[in-house]
Design a binder for this molecule. Structure first.
Ligand SMILES: [Zn+2]
Length: 192
């Protein structure tokens, strides 16, 4: 359960523990600002409100083929250090009887990104959500991200971590998987 007062108190404790002067003009309202950002934005996916997906029945003459959305921004925080990981997702599915608006694929990524987690589980949570809500023939999600917990501490290298989650025909059929990988690696329009 989300409790903004506890988050605010926690930020005060963090800064106090670091020896930061909370009376300094730059820090006076920092606990409130940080609590608002963590609760209302960075971790809004932890709130009570669940994401609901609007679906549409596919037309009778529609022959299901792969739908791919690339370059979806991913901005989340890692579960282990509470530092950001930032990158891009590719989300794809082959419909069976249901379709969803293309922007919803972006909204699903946004919704699941807004909480502390590990990239591996974010990737599979998005794929599972697609399967539960669209019952597609198959689905695939690839996320590439740079983790600031690796860049700002520890080894100090940027690196790009790639995770994937494949479901249904994406997992079972090598030609479907090959099509997904080919489409997932095409350049964005402004680079063509
Ligand atoms: Zn981390």
């Amino acid at each position: 359960m989300v409790d903004k007062d506890k988050v605010l108190h926690g930020v005060q404790m963090l800064l106090d523990g670091l020896g930061v002067d909370l009376q300094n003009k730059h820090f006076q309202n920092t606990p409130e600002r940080a609590a608002n950002a963590w609760v209302d934005e960075i971790c809004s996916g932890l709130g009570e409100k669940k994401f609901s997906l609007t679906t549409f029945p596919a037309g009778e003459n529609y022959e299901p083929s792969m739908v791919v959305l690339q370059h979806i921004p991913v901005k989340s925080v890692c579960a282990h250090h509470l530092l950001p990981f930032i990158g891009e997702a590719t989300v794809a599915y082959i419909p069976d009887e249901l379709l969803c608006g293309i922007s919803k694929l972006s909204r699903i990524v946004d919704y699941f990104s807004r909480r502390p987690q590990v990239q591996e589980e974010l990737t599979s949570d998005i794929a599972n959500f697609l399967c539960e809500n669209l019952a597609p023939q198959g689905a695939g999600v690839i996320i590439k991200a740079t983790h600031l917990c690796m860049a700002m501490r520890g080894v100090g290298h940027d690196g790009v971590m790639t995770t994937s989650s494949l479901k249904g025909s994406f997992l079972r059929e090598s030609n479907v998987r090959a099509e997904f990988m080919a489409l997932a690696h095409t350049e964005s329009l402004n680079k063509l």
